[in-house]
Write a protein that binds this ligand. Structure first.
Ligand code: HXC
Length: 517
């Protein structure tokens, strides 16, 4: 039976009604603030013509108080799948212009369906969060609906990459859904995220605060570490999401998008020979080293403003997608503290889940000394790095550039923690502790009697470095696979990675280890 004109028109009418809703003025207002509508966000994400919508005709649950006669097109969330750079990706986009994007039972069922679909298909999910939270009229049903979303976020964790864009309000318990995902991108101006707002904090604790202090993108990215990227506006958020996807596999059973079809170039890079300052105590920006090692200098830094004493991010070396972890001597001398440990450990675990090899660049004087660090639990947090690296079975290449002292040397993926290849530059200092600290312990009597204590420490420290911290000592004991010229670094890493692409390391089955959280 052919579809009659009437049936066809009925469908188009229903489509138009469900897709419409907000007035032109409201839409214009959003555009002037750099905010797209929920549907425009998905249109901009996907290759034109590839979006397949789930639940356009969804209707809110009308049994709730005052909800019988309301119109809530799509029940306030647009869901579906489409293609991004040739790969399928699922997405949901909360529509703030429809009942404040509030989450009711059907709204949540649509999100859950999208997450279930992504899990079955083995494809990443992107969620645009722009909502006033639980739909108040739907009461505890809406609360339960949030629980169902959280449950699925956890089931999908480690199965497919989950990316959240915080593009409007995301407050209260609702913030826990994005918090359970792998990467959060937050727009600088139009979004806020918090558990208890300034008003609640003031009335409960008497503390005066502002939205900027507790809920802005800058706070969430730079202070709390909840957010991985700040976007200038919606268009920029989409650009970040797309770039991120370009480094990620679709699921945990696939390889990331390596580009290994071309022949490996193994040329030297002599710029690297001059990259370290003459004085080993002088700081330098480790991102300059990464930029020379990563193919075309293309490095996507993650969590740039949080715990800047460690640098993490994605790139490719010889076409192989890698996660870089590098101490940053330009900030806190590159020492590991609580925040740096949390940041790096979570990143290492992400890379391990999704088959992304790890390249670790070491210049670490140790764990950061401090009363607050000890009292807040640097032992527990630092242990996360040991745990993450030792649990990771992906290829692991470590390059020691300068200092590699004490427990921090182990925490930066030494051979003992499972590195497949440890390379050291001739400038490497690998020792049980820092030279100055060591001479203060070993020569305390001589130093107490010395006329010029400072000069004596310097002299003894130089001796210590030569005798106890030389990379050749570690190479002699096979803790270091080879000492290389800096200009050979890129080629050596690339060769190692190509050789390790088929690495298989199996461990006895268990539910999961007990990482010190
Ligand atoms: C139902 C809601 C809503 C909600 C907003 N709206 N939030 N409807 N449930 N949670 C509706 C408004 O009534 C309004 O409807 C429309 O969305 C737009 O909202 P406005 O207030 O006009 O917009 P704006 O001035 O931009 O303010 C945005 C806002 C504010 C700051 C998000 O709407 C707000 O404070 N909403 C309530 C937030 C809240 O308290 N949520 C907590 C719910 S409990 P009309 O019809 O007028 O256009 C919760 C617990 C979850 O979330 C726990 C999970 C574990």
């Amino acid at each position: 039976m052919a579809i009659s004109k009437a049936l066809s028109e009925e469908l188009e009418k229903r489509r138009a009604k469900a897709q419409g809703g907000a007035s032109v003025e409201k839409i214009d207002k959003r555009h002037t603030k750099g905010q797209l509508t929920a549907r425009e966000r998905l249109e901009a994400l996907y290759t034109a013509g590839t979006f397949q919508e789930f639940g356009l005709h969804a209707r809110h649950n009308t049994r709730h108080f005052g909800m019988q006669d309301r119109e809530i097109p799509t029940d306030g969330v647009i869901t579906g799948t489409g293609f991004v750079d040739g790969r399928p990706v699922a997405a949901f986009s909360q529509d703030f212009m429809v009942s404040g994007g509030s989450l009711g039972e059907i709204h949540a069922r649509k999100i859950c369906h999208t997450l279930d679909y992504a899990a079955k298909a083995g494809i990443p999910v992107i969620g645009f969060n722009d909502s006033g939270g639980a739909r108040i009229q739907e009461g505890v049903g809406a609360l339960s609906a949030y629980g169902q979303v959280f449950y699925r976020n956890v089931q999908l964790s480690g199965l497919v990459p989950q990316i959240s864009v915080i593009a409007g309000p995301c407050a209260g318990g609702a913030a826990y859904s994005p918090a359970l995902t792998d990467f959060l991108i937050m727009t600088r101006e139009n979004a806020h995220m918090f558990i208890c707002g300034p008003e609640v904090i003031r009335s409960v604790t008497g503390q005066a605060t502002t939205m900027a202090e507790i809920g802005s993108a800058e706070t969430q990215a730079g202070v709390s570490g909840n957010v991985h990227f700040i976007a200038e506006d919606d268009a920029h958020a989409l650009e970040i999401a797309r770039r991120l996807l370009s480094f990620l596999p679709s699921n945990n059973m696939s390889d990331p998008p390596h580009r290994t079809e071309t022949e490996l170039s193994l040329g030297d890079d002599f710029e690297l020979d001059a990259i370290l300052p003459d004085d080993p105590k002088m700081p330098f920006d480790v991102r300059k080293v990464i930029a020379r090692i990563a193919d075309e200098g293309d490095f996507m830094e993650v969590m740039e403003t949080f715990a800047a004493n460690i640098v993490i991010g994605f790139g490719r070396v010889g076409g192989v997608v890698v996660g870089f972890v590098a101490n940053q001597p330009a900030v806190k001398a590159g020492a590991l503290d609580i925040d740096a440990s949390d940041k790096a450990a979570r990143f290492v675990r992400f890379c391990n889940i999704f088959n992304i090899p790890l390249v670790t660049l070491v210049d670490v004087p140790g764990f950061l000394p401090g009363v607050l660090e000890e009292r807040r639990g640097i032992i527990r947090h630092g242990a996360k790095m040991l745990f993450a690296y030792a649990s990771a079975t992906v290829p692991k290449v470590t390059v020691i550039l300068r200092k590699a002292y004490g427990g921090a040397y182990l925490a930066m993926c030494s051979q003992d923690m499972g590195a497949d290849m440890v390379l050291a530059w001739p400038s490497a200092e690998i020792a049980v502790m820092g030279a100055e600290g060591a001479v203060n312990v070993l020569y305390h009597k001589e130093l107490a009697e010395a006329e010029d204590r400072g000069a004596k420490v310097k002299e003894l420290a130089a001796e210590y470095r030569e005798q106890f911290a030389s990379p050749y000592l570690s190479a002699g004991m096979l803790f270091v696979s080879d000492v290389i010229q800096p200009h050979q670094t890129r080629a050596q890493i690339a060769l190692t990675l190509r050789g390790l692409l088929s690495k298989r390391e199996t461990r006895p089955p268990k539910k999961h280890g007990n990482i010190p959280l």
